[in-house]
Write a protein that binds this ligand. Structure first.
Ligand SMILES: [Zn+2]
Ligand SMILES: [Zn+2]
Length: 392
């Protein structure tokens, strides 16, 4: 199996979306050696994003929705949770009709485990109940709670018929270390969670190898200040963070780049902070704080469409990346686009290009794959799209 870890973005818009070029928040991480996928956030439309994957993905690169067995929810805002019910209805095997000769034997363990903040269990349960959703396979919700949180009980009377009793994982010294783990290529992949500052309670998740090479992926929910997560990021290994996914909802754009950009730098900064969000320089500064090796800007405001060609829209995206790079001190920050994939190779298998599978690829109105010009490397004419790319 693959030694490389990877993260594929299914939705990269802020809560102002979805937009014509971006769905709202969801990504999947491929970090386990059994082919399972771990999802972070599940906005409305996430399921459909699985079906609209670029034609350039080959059989290995294609993400199968049924491979998702864990979902990590950063916070309860609508742009991060409204796709969960649709997702569960699709991946949980339905209750067979009384007349059907079903060959399906319900699994004893839950098919999908959901981890998230207080409230997520009630949200999923009520929506499953009110939409009269039923399945023969089960899901489970484990809540990451503080001593002050109200626990949603899991008695037989309370549970949805498709729900298995979940754990209430109480914070230790403000963090939720090792909430779950999976088997990676070298050893266990452990998941830690901790609070980050947003206008409502919000989490950041750390996917880390418990043994060498100790690769570490830090994925943040919405935030204007994630520094409370730093002790947890450094708790189990002093290795640098291999990949940081940090929101960058707003950015000041100079009118010489976009003539319609009228807002001052101060206005953009103060508004972003007041709404609990970050600008590219804050993302870059945090990447510097935790010594991130790669930085991806995510949760991009709807005023910044994904640029599938050149022109001022691409210039705006490059400007967002430039601002992050100045604060970070490295030169390779990328503003995420839907279906962008970032690979974290094993140390002995470093690849030259690690951002994206095929340069910047997005679907146009006709369903064709478009490639951007500019700083993103193009594939050569004789490139074989079925060749395994950056996988080992
Ligand atoms: Zn959001
Ligand atoms: Zn939010």
């Amino acid at each position: 199996m693959a030694r490389a870890l990877s993260v594929t973005f299914l939705g990269t818009s802020s809560g102002g979306g979805p937009s014509p070029t971006r769905n709202c928040s969801s990504l999947v991480a491929s970090v386990c050696n059994n082919g399972s996928l771990w999802m972070v956030d599940c906005a409305e439309g996430t399921l459909r994003q699985f079906y609209n994957q670029p034609a350039t993905y080959d059989d290995v690169q294609h993400l199968k929705v049924t491979r998702v067995n864990k979902i990590f929810i950063t916070h309860m805002h609508a742009d991060h949770v409204m796709g969960i019910i649709t997702f569960l209805r699709n991946v949980l095997y339905p209750v067979p009709l009384p007349t059907a000769q079903s060959q399906h034997h319900p699994k004893s363990d839950p098919t999908v485990e959901i981890y998230g903040p207080a409230g997520i269990r009630k949200f999923v349960r009520l929506n499953m109940k009110m939409t009269l959703s039923r399945s023969s396979d089960k899901y489970v919700v484990h809540e990451l709670v503080t001593p002050e949180d109200t626990v949603t009980p899991c008695t037989t009377e309370d549970l949805h018929t498709s729900e298995a009793p979940g754990r209430d994982i109480v914070a230790e010294d403000g963090f939720w270390p090792e909430i779950t783990k999976g088997s990676g290529f070298y050893g266990d992949i452990c998941v830690d969670a901790g609070p980050i500052a947003h206008r409502d309670p919000c989490l950041g998740f750390i996917f880390r190898e418990s043994v060498s090479p100790h690769r570490k992926i830090v994925i943040l929910g919405d935030t204007y200040d994630p520094t409370s997560l730093v002790p947890l990021i450094n708790q189990f290994s002093s290795s640098p963070t291999s990949l940081l996914v940090h929101e960058s909802t707003d950015a000041h754009i100079d009118p010489h780049i976009d003539v319609k950009a009228k807002r001052s730098k101060e206005t953009v900064s103060s508004t972003a902070l007041a709404r609990g969000h970050s600008t590219p320089d804050l993302a870059g500064a945090f990447a510097r704080t935790i010594d991130a090796q790669k930085l991806v800007l995510n949760h991009i405001g709807s005023r910044f469409p994904a640029a599938s060609g050149g022109g001022f829209k691409a210039d705006v995206i490059r400007e967002i990346e430039r601002q992050a790079n100045v604060a970070w001190g490295k030169g390779t920050a990328r503003a995420a686009w839907d279906y962008m994939r970032v690979v974290v190779p094993a140390p002995e298998a470093e690849q030259e290009e690690v951002y994206g599978l095929s340069s910047r690829a997005t679907l146009n109105h006709h369903g064709d794959v478009q490639h951007a010009d500019g700083i993103y490397p193009r594939r050569s004419q004789n490139h074989n799209p079925r060749k395994r790319y950056a996988w080992s």
